[in-house]
Design a protein around this ligand. Structure first.
Ligand code: AMP
Length: 415
């Protein structure tokens, strides 16, 4: 299938070409015809599958040409980072269509609020918003959504996790009853189905290989104790094969202390967490995107939505408690059909969490042996390793990435 098969209008086509999209991804192949037909849709797809294009393209096709000076499309997203990324895709795809868009999110100063207010008053065609800030503009009376034709919920599961359920229902109470509603979620727990029941009409359903990591990710684990974690990290980061790395930790305190440890050993890394000002967070992300910053350390907040191309390596400094978060974390690499490596550090306390992940992805993750030089590092008295499984082989070679065509243990099919 090609993009020509969808019969999009010419201006949108130029946008698709300028973004370098040549072939639709599987979620796009499945979702675009449904949305073009005007049906409601519930789609289970993770970030990295091309899901944003799957809803943006048909919606842009609908409003291009017919877009008046009014807000026709509302996209709700859980975080400001995701909202900004969606806005960037809108700007790229809609560049030649004359459709206007605005990202509306919390944080920032009074000036940011004022800029958003002015954009809203200008009746931009598409608003991409986090729920809390949108409600502020709705209740202040500045924003009127009487002419809305399309509502999209992106990463709906994350929005519910973050406690936005009531906000979503409140926002919907401001919208016309006749509209097309599209719900995208990485997972489909019962509460998402209840939400879908409440806000969608006879929706079509699409599942893209639920909860499977992208095929191009080489997943590895190291079994180790806590005192070996930072020395191992140091060895891996000194490996020149990895130009762009994200390190995930479960709590921001760990992120902060890891940042200090890496700084002390002169590794160029920055910490990304909620205590930073929005401007600082944006600057860090920009540096990382521009490849001026090789290493970024963050919590799971960073695992959703960050859309940076060419990340070679994801390191899980600890095992995430929710197996879905593992998929999100490692999904930062190998985006849009490329390859990458995901390494997870597993101490004895995290064995149960690892088991849950392996159950979810329906395969064991390859165990790599610790480099010899780390063997002599003693565990702290209260900690001990509990290696039940033998590692496949010791890993002494740091300058080597898995060859691109290697097929070993690279996860199931996401697309
Ligand atoms: P998403 O899952 O929407 O976050 O998209 C992940 C990445 O894939 C983004 O960088 C998109 O620009 C890119 N992308 C989306 N659709 C395509 C496509 N058909 N061909 C190539 N890249 C794409």
């Amino acid at each position: 299938m090609t993009f020509q098969d969808f019969n999009f209008n010419g201006q949108l086509f130029e946008g698709i070409e300028s973004m370098g999209f040549t072939t639709p991804t599987p979620i796009q192949e499945m979702a675009i015809p449904v949305v073009l037909a005007g049906q409601d849709l519930i789609a289970c797809a993770q970030t990295g599958t091309g899901k944003t294009g799957a809803y943006l393209l048909p919606v842009l096709n609908h409003i291009t040409g017919t877009a008046k000076h009014q807000t026709s499309v509302l996209i709700l997203a859980p975080t400001r980072e995701l909202a900004q990324q969606i806005d960037q895709q809108v700007e790229g795809l809609a560049y030649f269509t004359g459709v206007s868009s605005l990202a509306v999110f919390g944080g920032g100063d009074g000036m940011a609020y004022e800029q958003q207010r002015r954009g809203i008053q200008n009746n931009v065609n598409i608003i991409i918003a986090t729920p809390g800030r949108l409600i502020a503009h709705l209740t202040s009376g500045v924003l009127k959504l009487n002419h809305l034709t399309h509502l999209i919920l992106d990463e709906a599961d994350r929005m519910l996790d973050m406690g936005f359920s009531d906000d979503i229902m409140k926002i919907i109470s401001y919208l016309p009853k006749t509209r097309q509603t599209l719900l995208f979620s990485a997972t489909m727990p019962g509460r998402i189905r209840s939400l879908a029941k409440a806000i969608l009409k006879d929706p079509q359903q699409i599942n893209i290989a639920i909860s499977q990591p992208a095929v191009g990710i080489d997943q590895q684990i190291y079994r180790l104790h806590d005192q070996q974690k930072t020395p191992l990290l140091q060895l891996i980061l000194r490996d020149s094969a990895y130009a762009s790395t994200i390190i995930f930790a479960s709590r921001k305190e760990i992120v902060k202390s890891l940042y200090k440890e890496l700084k002390a050993i002169k590794i160029n890394a920055m910490a990304f967490h909620s205590d930073l000002e929005q401007k600082e967070r944006e600057e860090i992300l920009l540096k990382f995107k521009n490849k001026q910053l090789p290493v970024i350390i963050g919590t799971d907040a960073l695992s959703r939505g960050i859309d940076v191309e060419g990340i070679d390596l994801v390191i899980n400094y600890d095992v995430p408690g929710d197996p879905e978060d593992y998929i999100h974390r490692i999904g930062r690499t190998a985006r849009a059909l490329t390859t990458g490596t995901a390494i997870t550090f597993v101490n004895h306390r995290d064995e149960r969490k690892l088991k849950n992940i392996e159950q979810l992805i329906e395969r064991p993750i390859r165990v790599v042996g610790l480099p010899d030089e780390l063997a002599s590092i003693q565990a702290a008295p209260q900690s001990h390793t509990d290696d039940k499984r033998k590692p496949s082989r010791p890993n002494k070679r740091w300058g080597q990435k898995k060859p691109k065509n290697s097929s070993s243990n690279s996860g199931g099919s996401a697309s």
